[in-house]
Design a binder for this molecule. Structure first.
Ligand SMILES: Nc1nc2c(ncn2[C@@H]2O[C@H](COP(=O)(O)OP(=O)(O)O)[C@@H](O)[C@H]2O)c(=O)[nH]1
Ligand SMILES: [Mg+2]
Length: 231
């Protein structure tokens, strides 16, 4: 029989100007699952901090903007420091549904998997599917959803992502997966449904310029780590 590993989870939510949704997102997690939540605020100019605290989250208010990955890494380091052995990352925009948290965390309890991705390829546009197919081939991953920010990490993955090497990354997507694979960690996916962003536009891809820059950066990263035989 497989050993069942005890997990002590923390939900990490990076947020920038998400006051329209953050309260509801945190409340839902706290009420339905009673899992602690940390919101990492990146110099928001709206009410994100107050709304997150009102809903029961611990808020890390960054003094300087670090971007979505930098903020996520700050949350992961916080989790490691406080002895959490599981981090689940979620968006502040209501895209990720808390009802899937158990499905994401359960595979970690078996001890056979280090990272679980909540995969929802049906949310992608045709252009995004083409980009994913390209990066899948370049990076050698057999995963349906390379860019989902709805992920669960165990203690080994937390240690890798809290390390200085992970500070060099910019997004919680292909680059993070390449680093985890390089460190010998196992990645799996579980299917989830996602909602569209509930308010405003993407905080990461707010213009075509940011999308273009992302594509160039990610392609360079994949080439730098190119190893076609790997899965
Ligand atoms: N702390 C921080 N969070 C950010 C930043 N940019 C985006 N986020 C958060 O990262 C999460 C993912 O961003 P989102 O705009 O939803 O990206 P998308 O789902 O890929 O379109 C959301 O919770 C955002 O509020 C940033 O610069 N700093
Ligand atoms: Mg989102």
């Amino acid at each position: 029989m497989n050993k069942i590993h005890n997990i002590k989870p923390l939900v990490v939510i990076p947020a920038r100007n998400e006051s329209a949704t953050i309260c509801e997102v945190v409340q839902e997690i706290r009420e339905k699952l009673n899992v602690p939540v940390v919101v990492v605020d990146d110099t928001s100019i709206d009410n994100t901090i107050a709304q997150a605290r009102k809903a029961g989250a611990v808020v890390l208010a960054l003094a300087l903007p670090l971007g979505a990955w930098g903020a996520t890494q700050a949350g992961i380091r916080y989790a490691q420091k406080l002895g959490f052995n599981c981090v689940v990352t979620m968006d502040a925009d209501g895209q990720h549904l808390s009802e899937y948290l158990p499905s994401l965390m359960d595979p970690l309890r078996t001890g056979t998997v280090d990272v679980v991705i909540g995969a929802c390829p049906q949310r992608a546009s045709k252009a995004r599917l083409v980009a994913w197919a390209f990066f899948r081939r370049l990076a050698g991953f057999d995963l349906a959803d390379l860019t989902s920010g709805f992920r669960a990490y165990n203690a080994a993955a937390i240690a890798v992502l809290a390390s200085p090497e992970a500070t060099l990354l910019d997004y919680q997507d292909v680059g993070v997966l390449i680093l985890l694979r390089k460190c010998g960690l196992t990645i799996t996916e579980v299917p989830v449904q996602m909602r569209p962003r509930q308010s405003g536009v993407s905080r990461i891809f707010s213009s075509w310029w940011t999308v273009g820059w992302y594509l160039v950066q990610t392609a360079i990263l994949c080439f730098a780590r190119w190893n076609p035989g790997r899965r």
